[in-house]
Design a protein around this ligand. Structure first.
Ligand SMILES: [Zn+2]
Length: 375
């Protein structure tokens, strides 16, 4: 599975990949109803179809049996507000549901917004990730805590009466990529964290009237995206760990939430180097620009700037752009940008160009090694 920049680590348990909402199935069509059908219509459609395909009245008929299962599946999804909202989201059904609870709609649309934002933000793997995949993160319980494997809650008797001890939520570690400039200056970044929280349906009880909670599948918690604003202090270095207290996974049974740790990775930039508050870079110029002078554009940490190259500029000559360096974290006074020029000779010279260089050589007897003592 592709890894997203801000996703939390988790085990890829193949069982968890299976989404209990099957987006390839048209549950509305199965029940023969409109996507805007209300609960009453759903129920009555289910009842009449269930009667028709009930195994008792179609004994030995495999097709009926399949159909009956399918109807049951469709009904279990569409009769549940939250699951229906999630399914609609997955299928791209946008009709207003008269009976869909506000909570469920809000949840589903939030997950969708987060997904959209994260796609727009990180141009990496998130884009390539199919929607359904991200979606299954939202609905399924995907945080398998490596260290503490959970006992299978589906086995044995419901335990809603038991009052388990509070448990602190696990910490989450995620990566954050920032530019060298941001690392120097400090920055504020919005990060999209996939974390677990108490199931909103069963409130962490895992069972509802002795029936396993359909939302969290009896885990008592769900994973959800949360967008948080994180302040990165100035002068962080590669591998720095930033702790955001309480933004990890939610604790259970009243336990405290875990913390979020962001591990800084600095995006390498081939152009700039840094020396205290000064920005260093090397810029290539043509022999003509070096000889005659020119107005060229150079990159700075704030964007591009126009700079005058004087005539007869030498290779290795350094220019200073005052105040174009890194701002000091406390005084905000900026360093300088130091530009070193490199003269680049074009390759694959044409016959005409060669002739012109020969011409230049004839006009001026120039030997730059004149002053060097050979011994
Ligand atoms: Zn639940």
């Amino acid at each position: 599975m592709p890894r997203r920049t801000f996703s939390s680590p988790r085990n890829d348990n193949s069982a968890n990949k299976e989404c209990f909402l099957n987006k390839d199935k048209d549950y509305y069509k199965i029940l023969g109803i409109d996507t805007s059908a209300d609960k009453k219509e759903i129920k009555s459609a289910y009842r009449s179809l269930a009667r028709k395909y009930h195994p008792d009245t179609n004994q030995g008929n495999k097709l009926s049996e399949e159909k009956f299962k399918e109807i049951g599946e469709a009904y279990s999804i569409l009769s549940d507000d939250a699951r229906r909202a999630q399914y609609d989201l997955l299928k791209g059904v946008s009709q207003k549901k008269p009976n869909t609870s506000e909570q469920a709609k809000k949840q589903a649309s939030e997950a969708y917004t987060e997904q959209k934002k994260s796609t727009a933000k990180s141009k990496s793997e998130a884009e390539k990730r199919p929607f359904g995949d991200v979606f299954s993160d939202f609905v399924d319980k995907v945080f398998e805590k490596g260290q503490t494997p959970k006992p299978k809650q589906s086995q044995g008797k419901p335990r809603e009466t038991q009052k388990p001890a509070p448990k602190k939520g696990d910490d989450i570690t995620a990566d954050i990529s920032i530019t060298i400039v941001e690392a120097h200056n400090g920055t504020v970044r919005k990060v999209n964290i996939l974390h677990t929280e108490t199931c909103p349906k069963c409130k962490g009880k895992r069972y509802l009237n002795s029936v396993q909670c359909p939302i969290c599948k009896g885990n008592g918690e769900i994973s959800n995206h949360k967008k948080i604003s994180v302040k990165i202090p100035p002068n962080v270095t590669e591998g720095s760990k930033i702790r955001i207290a309480g933004e990890g996974n939610q604790g259970q049974n009243g336990g405290a939430s875990g913390d979020l740790f962001l591990v800084v990775s600095i995006i390498k930039n081939s152009i700039f180097e840094f020396e205290n508050l000064n920005v260093l870079c090397e810029i290539p110029i043509t022999p003509t620009e070096a000889a005659l002078g020119a107005e060229i554009f150079i990159p700075t940490i704030d964007g591009q700037l126009s700079m005058r190259i004087p005539p007869e500029t030498q290779a290795g000559q350094r220019f200073r752009l005052s105040g174009e360096g890194i701002p000091d974290a406390t005084t905000a006074k900026r360093g300088d940008q130091l530009i070193t020029v490199r003269i680049e000779i074009p390759s694959n010279l044409s016959q005409k160009e060669k002739e012109l260089y020969m011409e230049l050589a004839k006009i001026r007897k120039f030997n730059p090694r004149d002053g060097i003592v050979f011994n």
